[in-house]
Design a protein around this ligand. Structure first.
Ligand SMILES: [Zn+2]
Length: 316
């Protein structure tokens, strides 16, 4: 059996056929069009999907052999209405993606947030395989998360469980775009790291304006960049310590572009974690980098179709 998987991001739109073993049989990624026409974005997406179906020997108008479509999307989304309004895709505001895909391909569509898809993918085929209690996190432009307890995705009351990026880690910290104060995202996201280093390197010929530039500088020993990753990592460690203490987790898996910085982020995470996870059961080392990289969105999207008893519980 194969499932059709879709990954919606502000930079790229991805589609794939994924096998029952979680392997990507064929895939296609196209740039997300910079446009204010919602149909242009939808056409780019269906173009990629059609290519993948053809490559897999399936007629887009006769998809009967497929059990369904899994969609991992940048947020926010309204799971009940089936609409998406990704922050970085301005053309889609309340776009009825579930209905449109269902009409186009004649298949049931299951849609959820991209951070949850990373938790699912890492639990199914990645760094959290065989671990029943998992927090999966994405640290990139923002900070997101998804929660798996007892080998089952936890949606929460409104489908938003796992929003660790908007847990406050500093009561006198920076304001957050959500309206809160000192949220993890306002300190540890790539955006926040870039703002923090830009302010402190403004007098340089080449200020460090992005997290990617800061990561490169940190590896070269730049003290401002190292301090930015220490501040971000310790904040992540503090938030993760709270989550592990609350939920008695086996493992926390962290992926996303900022996490790709490696040890300059993960060493401060370990320090922050050790400082705030004081109880013995919470103190075991268990914060690890994601294993699946850029494929996690597609693999997680397929998992909700291929393993619904674990990854699509209590829903339809
Ligand atoms: Zn917030």
């Amino acid at each position: 059996m194969r499932a059709l998987a879709i990954d919606i991001g502000g930079t790229k739109l991805g589609a794939a056929l994924v096998t029952a073993l979680g392997e990507i049989a064929c895939s296609q990624r196209v740039p997300t069009p910079a446009t204010d026409d919602p149909e242009v974005v939808f056409d780019a997406l269906t173009g990629a999907v059609d290519d993948v179906l053809h490559a897999g020997g399936i007629d887009p108008d006769q998809t009967g052999e497929l059990p369904g479509v899994g969609v991992a999307t940048a947020g926010p989304l309204d799971a009940r209405a089936g609409t998406v309004s990704p922050v970085n895709i301005g053309a889609w505001r309340g776009f009825p993606l579930r209905e449109r895909l269902s009409e186009r391909y004649g298949l049931p569509v299951r849609m959820f947030g991209d951070a949850v898809s990373v938790a699912v993918a890492e639990h199914w085929r990645g760094a959290a395989r065989g671990r029943p209690n998992v927090l999966g996190m994405v640290v990139s432009t923002g900070v997101g998360g998804g929660l798996i307890l007892g080998d089952t995705v936890v949606p929460g009351t409104t489908g938003n469980a796992g929003h660790i990026g908007h847990v406050s880690v500093d009561p006198v910290g920076p304001d957050c775009t959500c309206g809160g104060t000192g949220c993890l995202e306002a300190i540890a996201s790539g955006t926040a790291i870039g703002v923090w280093t830009a302010e402190r390197t403004a007098d340089r010929a080449e200020p460090l304006r992005t997290a990617a530039a800061a990561a490169q500088a940190a590896w070269a020993g730049d003290p401002v960049a190292l301090a930015a990753f220490r501040r971000a990592g310790e904040a992540i460690g503090m938030a993760v310590a709270g989550a592990v203490t609350l939920l008695d987790l086996d493992v926390v898996v962290i992926g996303g572009g900022v996490a790709a910085a490696g040890a300059v982020l993960f060493e401060p995470i370990a320090d922050g974690y050790a400082r705030f996870a004081a109880l013995e059961f919470a103190a075991l080392p268990r914060v690890v980098p994601a294993a699946l990289g850029g494929d996690a969105g597609l693999v997680g999207a397929a998992a909700v179709v291929l393993q619904p008893q674990s990854y699509w519980p209590h829903r339809n």
